[in-house]
Design a protein around this ligand. Structure first.
Ligand SMILES: NC(=O)c1ccc[n+]([C@@H]2O[C@H](COP(=O)([O-])OP(=O)(O)OC[C@H]3O[C@@H](n4cnc5c(N)ncnc54)[C@H](O)[C@@H]3O)[C@@H](O)[C@H]2O)c1
Ligand SMILES: [Zn+2]
Length: 272
């Protein structure tokens, strides 16, 4: 399995990297698998009986901003402090060695690919990014970079500072697609998607390695992206790395392990 994956990587002219929350696990970040996984990461919400879906809702910025910003401020700080694991660099090394083109498609909002040195113009963040802000109303279609300092009380999970829109003075919020969200401004993601579509059109006939890591089946956007390329493009092969739900039909490759371990094993197999 690893040697087959290594052969695909060795021959790849183009890389598409698709990543869900599990990609961050080896950097020490939580995924939110089910209520249990979410509560393990955030015990205060277990005490309040609130799920990820309850917390990731734009209504809090309107009705209880310090609560809304408690969750997102905590995550902003966590993602700012996180160092991307070695796996990010292993893939970059493969891309550079093959002199290949690449694109990243991720449902993560944590900015870890940019932090690991991937080109911002070759990334689609399908659910937006925590590092960008927008007005909660919104009073305009403006988004702006999140350079706010947002201390959070980790017992109450309330923010001690709630960032505001410079234009109208209302509370602002991350430019992330939340649940039941009618106010998300999608322009940044749409521009990224447009670049990605052009990239795929240009490279449709080339040897493409799709490397999927940590993408769950609960919200299957990323898995669907992988499969669309894998099944529709003639010379594309997908490698799905996931410790719990790695299934994908041959000729695509299923690797039942963590992202970092899987990438290291493929890298070792390439040297053989
Ligand atoms: N860091 C972030 O930006 C972040 C964090 C949590 C959730 N989210 C987003 O919220 C939504 C739901 O989140 P979710 O946690 O249910 O995501 P998810 O449904 O993508 O599930 C996580 C997946 O990662 C796998 N996984 C666990 N450990 C792994 C490892 N070490 N290596 C590789 N894979 C591993 C799990 O088996 C699961 O399939 C998604 O859109 C997700 O991107 C983003
Ligand atoms: Zn405003």
């Amino acid at each position: 399995m690893y040697s087959k994956a290594a052969e695909i990587i060795r021959g790849a002219e183009v890389f598409v990297i698709t990543a869900g929350a599990g990609m961050g696990v080896d950097s020490g970040l939580p995924d939110f698998r089910g209520d249990h996984g979410f509560w393990q990461a955030y015990p205060p919400y277990a005490r309040l009986g609130l799920s990820f879906v309850d917390c990731a809702n734009p209504v809090h910025f309107q009705h209880d901003p310090s609560f809304g910003w408690g969750f997102y401020g905590h995550r902003t700080n966590l993602y700012r402090d996180t160092v991307p694991h070695e796996g990010f660099h292993i893939i970059k090394k493969w891309i550079e060695r093959n002199n290949a083109d690449y694109f990243v498609v991720t449902s993560n909002v944590d900015g870890q690919f940019q932090k690991a040195g991937y080109d911002d113009s070759r990334i689609v963040e399908v659910h937006g990014s925590i590092h960008w802000l927008q007005c909660q109303t919104p009073c305009s279609s403006e988004i702006w970079f999140n350079d706010e300092v947002i201390p959070v009380d980790e017992i109450s999970m309330r923010a001690r500072h709630t960032p505001r829109c410079g234009e109208c003075g209302e509370v602002c919020r991350p430019n992330i697609l939340m649940f039941g969200d009618w106010s998300w401004l999608p322009d940044r993601t749409r521009i990224q998607e447009h670049r990605y579509d052009r990239f795929l059109e240009t490279h449709a006939d080339r040897r493409i390695a799709v490397i999927e890591m940590g993408a769950g089946s609960a919200i299957p956007t990323i898995r669907a992206t992988t499969e669309r390329i894998g099944w529709n493009l003639p010379h594309a092969t997908a490698i799905r790395i996931n410790p719990r739900e790695p299934d994908i039909k041959a000729p695509h490759i299923s690797m039942p392990c963590g992202a970092l371990e899987g990438l290291q094993l493929i890298d070792a197999a390439m040297k053989v």
